[in-house]
Design a protein around this ligand. Sequence first.
Ligand code: NAP
Length: 571
Amino acid sequence: MSPAPDHDAVVIGAGFAGLYMVYRLRQDGFRVLGVEAGDGVGGTWYWNRYPGARCDSESMYYSFSFLPDLEQEWPLEERYPTQPVILRYLQTVAERLDLLKHFVFGARVTSVRFDDQAGHWTVRAGDQLAVTARYVITATGALSAANWPRFPGAGLFEGEQYSTASWPAEPVSLAGQRVGLIGTGSSGVQVLPELARQAQSVTVFQRTAQFVTPARQEPLDPRFVALWKANYQEIRRRTKFTPGGIPIPSPVRSSGELSAAERTALCEEAWRRGGIWFLDGTFSDAVTSQEANAIVAGFVRAKIGEIVTDPATAEKLKPWTHAWGTKRVPVGSDYYETYNRPNVSLVDLRQDPVEEITARGIRTRSGEHPLDVIVYATGFDALTGSIERLRIEGRNGERLEDAWASGPFTYLGLMIPRFPNLFTITGPGSPGVVTNVPVAIEQHVEWIADLLGYAREHGRETIEAEPGAAAEWTAHVQAVANMTLFPTADSWYMGANIPGKPRVFLPYIGGLDVYRHRCDEIAAGGYPGVALSGPAGGLVAVAAPAEVQGTAEAGHDFGLRDRGAGRPVPG
Ligand code: NAP
């Protein structure tokens, strides 16, 4: 008989997902170890400490729902929580729940291998750690494997180079510095105004112009906060049944149902409110109809023209390469206004591409831009990168990169055939990254923990997605995306930002409410699509009840056409 593994479960990561997963498994009586590369908790909010970093989900929504005492105590001061506030929140949660003792920090996982004989996993972090566990749960974040483009000559640069995705914890002094910023996604949009306030000059190197929405950051009115807190648990309950994890009404009318004047008034009002109210506040068909989309896109381009005083700069900032909302829409504070500062200039890399990085700056086709500091805000190998970088090997030594060579293959975004007892939180095929993420994380964690409890109760030790179920889910994820304009853009949703990455739509955009319902149905039906095997290794597949079978087939739209599938929301 093989020796028992060191732990029932290893959870990789100590952000929202890792903290809750460790907590929940401990409460359920599993022996659980958390492993985290950083020296503390926080995940995304531990690493992304760049000036201006904050969440695009509003403060009231961006927290756990299962800590009613903490939610009453926690101050809600500004509309959007800043990185230091969120990091402090997660540190507080970890201390309150006494979770730190379950984690090993400063240990970056370098391999995760399934032992077919023993039936358990070995998780290694270099020479630092080697542990065995029956279950492994990746809580590594959808946007945590940073993308550093390899520009020729980058090693020659004599100044400082920083990434927004791993900004130093100690303050970086930019006074008197000539800064170059590469990247104009959400991170670049947030960091630019801060860089411009501190540095002597900022040169922005823009590959793709974005449709940036104003955040309208502001202090929260204490009366509003009091009212919110008095109703918090009821709001949380409703939030769980929304498509995006935020309880705001979705638009009910399509652009075609409105007059030109009504459309403009609606866009103006949504723009005035900012943030999610613009992202999810115009037309029900904004990302499914070319015509509706063109109205929103034209509205934003007109706003850019009104805000940016130099006409040539305004033209470069107007996006024409993709439909509105099909790349994740950045939410910014003073982003376009910052280009009116005399110390900010813009290089359009489509007209004037980077040729090399030199000792003294960045050389584009038109000449050298002398710099003291280069800031990379160049994004992430989204959804798959943070999981594949763990170097996971499943049954018979099969590598996850090989299993996913032509795109990720999952059941519900949570399990992978031939990788038994491995679970992924907010991985590909999950709605996490197109929702207010903590709400999706809670759903994933609870579903996984319930399944582990179910297996234990039934004397089963091995839990594995069936290939047919994964094939249906994977096809369904694509089918729903294909009902929208999302696949038309070169976005990280499509893997298009990483050279060589397969072009498939990565998250599930059918809505968290629909997804939750589907997951609940599966649990209630005895987990169809999941093979459970006993200690002796005999497979015990639980048949799907008739009413559950077939609902995940490719192209089934769960009524999504009527609900305006896949509206862009903060991630
Ligand atoms: P991103 O959206 O992928 O943006 C990366 C930027 O770098 C893009 O402008 C990209 O241009 C550019 N870039 C990449 N490689 C390049 C190259 N070789 N040469 C020139 N430019 C290059 O990454 P991000 O801004 O870090 O944001 C990623 C996601 O994280 C967001 O979409 C969001 O979901 C999340 N996030 C959220 C918040 C928040 O809630 N407030 C803040 C930050 C990030 P292309 O567009 O041409 O690829």
